[in-house]
Design a protein around this ligand. Structure first.
Ligand code: NDP
Length: 246
């Protein structure tokens, strides 16, 4: 039997990029997987088809992480559909970079809503459906550990908030046997941050390994934490960054 057989996962932002890789990897490892998406219904349906092709149950829910009611409803819908939730992966994120003087209050609100408030609310909502052994895994960023170039004030601020959330959740939920951890990727080749984009060469040069990571390489760490590898890990921030912060 696969390591996550009988487990149920919810991955936010699972239609593309890191979230899609995580959803598929958890399904490969045996989990039934629900995912949320913002607007890309076709891409989300494609991921669900691939989950089902692996013999698992899959579900796509349209839910803007900026909308508190939508976040809560997605959690409840996934739990209703699959009967429980064992693994929450807070992955959906807004990658807004730019000079500090050019970022508006609306930019700040939107980024904090999606990157910070949504993981908080999803963790809160999932607890009603999560038993002992539950795992809350949030996708942060290596930019919490190293700010290597200008333009990351807002994004870095938002991702750093997740360190505090993760440690506090670990303390509060430990007595219930639920863990909380943060996975902090370095430059990963996705539509948000293409390796062949204008900032690609700079980011590549900032890593120790001299290359971008693949979404599957982040998914492997998430799967490790979701499975037996995560049993005694909680409150941790784990870089998957090719040495970007080294
Ligand atoms: P992508 O832009 O490639 O994919 C984003 C995914 O999230 C899509 O599935 C998208 O749905 C969904 N999404 C975006 N906004 C929302 C929203 N408001 N509500 C619900 N779903 C949403 O991003 P990545 O895969 O690159 O990034 C995933 C996470 O990893 C983010 O938190 C990001 O900050 C973090 N990260 C990424 C790094 C990188 O280099 N790529 C580095 C460090 C961290 P749809 O398809 O419908 O638009």
């Amino acid at each position: 039997t696969a390591v996550l057989d009988g487990k149920v996962a919810l991955v936010t932002g699972g239609s593309r990029g890191i979230g899609a890789a995580v959803a598929l990897r958890l399904a490969e490892d045996g989990a039934d997987v629900a995912l949320t998406y913002l607007g890309n219904a076709e891409r989300a349906a494609d991921v669900v088809d691939r989950i089902k092709a692996l013999g698992r149950r899959g579900l796509a829910v349209r839910a803007d992480s900026a909308d508190p009611a939508a976040v809560r409803a997605a959690v409840d819908q996934a739990a209703a559909e699959f009967g429980r939730l064992d693994i929450l992966v807070n992955n959906a994120g807004a990658g807004v970079l730019g000079p500090v003087e050019e970022l508006s209050a609306a930019d700040v609100d939107r980024v904090l809503q999606v990157n910070v408030r949504a993981p908080f609310l999803a963790a809160q909502a999932v607890l009603r459906h999560m038993a002992e052994g539950g795992r809350i895994i949030t996708i942060g960023s290596c930019m919490s550990e190293r700010s290597a170039f200008a333009g990351g004030s807002l994004y870095g601020m938002s991702k750093s908030a997740l360190n505090g959330l993760t440690r506090s959740l670990a303390r509060e939920l430990g007595p219930r046997g639920i863990t909380a951890n943060l996975v902090q990727p370095g430059p990963i080749d996705t539509e948000m941050n293409p390796a062949d984009g204008p900032a690609g060469e700079l980011q590549r040069s900032l890593t120790a390994l001299g290359r971008f990571g693949q979404p599957s390489e982040v998914a492997a760490m998430v799967a490790h934490l979701a499975g037996d590898g995560g049993r005694y890990v909680t409150g941790s921030a784990i870089l998957v960054d090719g040495g970007y912060a080294a």
